[in-house]
Structure formats: structure tokens, C-alpha cells
Design a protein around this ligand. Structure first.
Ligand code: LMR
Length: 358
């Protein structure tokens, strides 16, 4: 009898152990993963959630959550809520944030080579932009940051920049006396100085209030930023000039990224490839849509004529010389010299008259 009791006790205990083991298998479900087990990726950016970058960051978070079954949680912090311009890169290096997506112009203090994207009237259409982003030049620019433990994951679009101001800007003389908010890129600063304006460098989070209070009274940005940040409330005049391009880098801390389990890193990288294609389409779509919506905001929209554009280009042309000849920027000289096919094609091509959305 004792033997039988002992036998049943063993069976009960085994059943209990099996069901505990079953529970721990189910712990792979999102709800049952403890905070400690989960991989948290903080993704910080400075623009609105409704912008192409904002939407793409959220899409990435959502897809990663689904595809890793909750093992990886991407926490997106939009609108400079976690870090603002000037803070993001240090935070990335310190691994306090794991993904950032700054405009290329924001990298130029540390890596002047990235100014190539700021050159005025460099690109004619999105296809040219993507050829450079995804080609040898893009690779080489990412390569430069590796020494600082920064890894480039992707390049995203904001779009062609337009000019906004408190008054209408058509002719070059209209720039005189205006104070343009700029990002921290010498090429961008020279651009407005050559056109006869003053400049005020500011982080994106301070642009609206600067334009409201008159610290600056003119600005440049693609239409999606102009609309999503409601700049039209303080900048009633917009000139469609397509004079420059705003591109983004998606960056991570290399040590963090390489420390991820292989299967997780593969999911993240594959997902990011898909989201990159989506983001680029979304940027084009939004910029085109906003152009129509702006009519309802009371914004006065002026389309630069070919003749006016030629005059702007003529005045801005010295930037190419300044940029190439600056001895302190050896690598830029190299990139726009003879060694990079992608870059040379772009720089040597005769600029067609119009920049067009494609
Ligand atoms: C700006 O500072 O004007 C833009 O770079 C903001 C952004 O990230 O689109």
C-alpha cells in the first residue's frame, strides 16, 4: 500500500513539474516576459509623430514587436522629448539611446564630410538622392563614423527643402535683412550668407518659438516638417524652391547592436530595410499632399521661376568651390574629387533647370 501511495506521489510530482515547465515555455509570450528579459531599444528623434520619420519609427517599433513576439520593445521618443539636437549623438555614444535618426546636417560638426548632402541644388530628384545614399558615397560616409562606435543602419528621406519667411521671397534681394534659422552645417550657413541673409543656428525644438518671437524670421525645411510643426502659423510666406535636400541617417551604437543575439539582429535589420522603403515613399507622398493642404492654412505659396532659380544657383555656386577647396576637409575634397563615382557623377552633371518630384 505504501508503495502504491509513493507511486502516485511520484506521478503527481512529475505532473506538477511538467506543468511548471510548460508555464516557463509559455513565458515567451509578451505578457509573461519580465522587464529584465526584454530587449529595450530606445529610438529618439526630434520631429512630429505624423512626419515621415515619426511614422516610420512607429512602424518599425510595431513590426519589431510583432516579429520578435515581444522579445524586443522599441520605445519611440518623438519631438525631442528624450534628447534634442546636440544631445542625441552623445546619448548614443553613452548607449543611453540605441537608435537616433538625425538629419545629415546635424552630423557635420563631428563629421564635416556629411555636408555633401547640404550642397545647394545638388540633387534633381529623389532617384539621384537614393543613388548617392545607397551607393558608394553613402557607404563611405557611414564608414567614417565607425571609429567612434557609431553604426549607420539606413538612410531615410525628409525631402526637398523650401524657404519660408515673414515676407515673400522671390528675388535674391528679398533675402537681405532676414535672419534664417539653420542647422549646424557650414555649407548651410554659407548658403544663406551668400544670399545676403543673417543666420541663427538653433535646434529643431526651438525653431517654432524662435520664429514666433523674431529670434529668427525665416527658415528652410521640407513641407512635411513645415506642416506637421505648424510653422505656417508664424511663417505666412512659402517659396517652393527645392534648393536643397534634407536627408536622415538612422544610427545605432555599434557595441550595442553587435551584442544582440544573431536571430534578433537579423529580424531588426530585415525590418529596417522594409521600413526604409516605406519611409522614402511616405516622404514623397506627404510632401506632395502637404503642398495641396497648405492652401487651407492661408499660407501664400510662391513657385520660383526658372530665371529666379538660375540667379540663386549662380550666387550659390561658390559653395562648391569653398567646399572642395577647404584643405581642412580633406576627405570631402576626396569625395568630390576623382575617387567616388557616385559623387562625381552628381557633381559633374550639368544641372537641369528644374528640380522635380519624381
Ligand atoms: C531640422 O532641424 O530642421 C530638421 O533636421 C529636423 C528633422 O529632423 O527633420
Amino acid at each position: 500500500m505504501q508503495k502504491i501511495k509513493f507511486f502516485f506521489a511520484i506521478i503527481l510530482l512529475s505532473g506538477l513539474l511538467i506543468s511548471i515547465a510548460g508555464c516557463s515555455n509559455r513565458a515567451k509570450d509578451l505578457e509573461q516576459i519580465s522587464e529584465d528579459d526584454r530587449i529595450i531599444i530606445r529610438f529618439s528623434h526630434v520631429v512630429a509623430e505624423s512626419s515621415p520619420k515619426g511614422k516610420a519609427a512607429k512602424l518599425f517599433a510595431q513590426l519589431v514587436q510583432e516579429r520578435t513576439k515581444g522579445k524586443v520593445e522599441v520605445q519611440v521618443y518623438p519631438n525631442s522629448t528624450l534628447y534634442k539636437d546636440g544631445e542625441e549623438i552623445k546619448a548614443l555614444l553613452d548607449n543611453n539611446v540605441q537608435i537616433i535618426a538625425p538629419a545629415t546636417a546635424k552630423l557635420t560638426e563631428m563629421y564635416p564630410e556629411w555636408q555633401v548632402f547640404d550642397l545647394p541644388f545638388l540633387f534633381n530628384n529623389y532617384m539621384e538622392v537614393h543613388r548617392v545614399m545607397d551607393g558608394e558615397l553613402g557607404q563611405r560616409l557611414f564608414e567614417i563614423m565607425k571609429k567612434d562606435n557609431i553604426m549607420g543602419l539606413a538612410m531615410w528621406d525628409s525631402g526637398f527643402k523650401q524657404i519660408s519667411a515673414v515676407r515673400s521671397i522671390k528675388e535674391v534681394e528679398d533675402f537681405h535683412g532676414l535672419i534664417f534659422r539653420t542647422m549646424p552645417s557650414p555649407v548651410l550657413k554659407s548658403q544663406f550668407e551668400l544670399l545676403g541673409a543673417s543666420i541663427k543656428e538653433l535646434p529643431f525644438s526651438e525653431v517654432y518659438s524662435a520664429l514666433q518671437t523674431g529670434v529668427a524670421n525665416a527658415s528652410e525645411n521640407p513641407l512635411s516638417n513645415f506642416y506637421s510643426k505648424k510653422f505656417y502659423r508664424v511663417q505666412p510666406h512659402l517659396t517652393i524652391s527645392n534648393h536643397g535636400y534634407l536627408a536622415y541617417t538612422v544610427l545605432t551604437n555599434a557595441s550595442f547592436w553587435n551584442s544582440l543575439p544573431d536571430e534578433i539582429r537579423i529580424i531588426l535589420e530585415e525590418t529596417l530595410k522594409e521600413v526604409t522603403l516605406w519611409e522614402r515613399e511616405e516622404a514623397q507622398k506627404q510632401n506632395a499632399e502637404v503642398e495641396k493642404l497648405l492652401g487651407e492654412t492661408g499660407t501664400t505659396i510662391y513657385y520660383l521661376t526658372d530665371k529666379q532659380k538660375e540667379e540663386w544657383k549662380r550666387l550659390l555656386h561658390p559653395i562648391y568651390e569653398m567646399y572642395i577647396d577647404d584643405a581642412s576637409k580633406e576627405l570631402i575634397g576626396d569625395l568630390v574629387g576623382n575617387n567616388s563615382d557616385d559623387c562625381c557623377v552628381i557633381l559633374r552633371e550639368e544641372r537641369p533647370k528644374d528640380l522635380t518630384y519624381t
